[in-house]
Design a protein around this ligand. Structure first.
Ligand code: ATP
Length: 135
């Protein structure tokens, strides 16, 4: 079995989609190992998003992620890293496939950062690194 970090980002929490998103994760058969509501500091977010430092959307991304609480989840299951990213859909909510979290619930607000409801680690290395940042 494998573990990943999932975040329900501030837009998902603020829009009252936490339950709907968790329902999809649970229906898929993944296990919630740990879950908490977090209001991250800039320092924590800078660690989490270190690879994006210097990109045009970096500052708007940090501001967005500090705009309200996120739900952090330690999620377990066979191939859960790949499986959760498949459930989430691609980064841009406009083109994310219907049937995915971002495709069904994501909205393009026309702002500098994609407010795309969720985050999921993209590799075993990222998962271990990110789980250490949030838990
Ligand atoms: P995540 O890592 O959050 O699951 P991802 O892997 O689809 O999403 P990354 O490339 O890691 O996306 O980017 C992290 C986040 O930064 C995205 O989820 C989105 O909120 C924002 N972002 C990424 N690329 C862009 C972009 N070109 N324009 C605006 N926002 C972006």
């Amino acid at each position: 079995t494998e573990e990943t970090l999932v975040l329900i980002k501030p837009d998902g929490v603020a829009r009252g989609l936490t339950g709907a998103i968790l329902a999809r994760i649970e229906a898929k058969g993944y296990s919630l190992v740990d879950i908490r509501l977090v209001e991250p500091t800039r320092e924590r977010l800078a660690q989490h998003y270190a690879e994006h430092e210097g990109k045009p959307f970096y500052e708007p991304l940090l501001e967005f992620m500090m705009s309200g609480p996120s739900v952090a989840i330690r999620l377990a299951g066979n191939r859960v890293i790949e499986g959760f990213r498949s459930l989430a859909g691609t980064t841009d909510p406009t083109t994310a496939a219907p049937g995915t979290i971002r495709g069904d619930f994501g909205r393009d607000w026309g702002v500098a950062v994609q407010q795309n409801l969720v985050h999921g680690s993209d590799s075993p290395e990222s998962a271990q690194r990110e789980l250490g940042i949030w838990f």
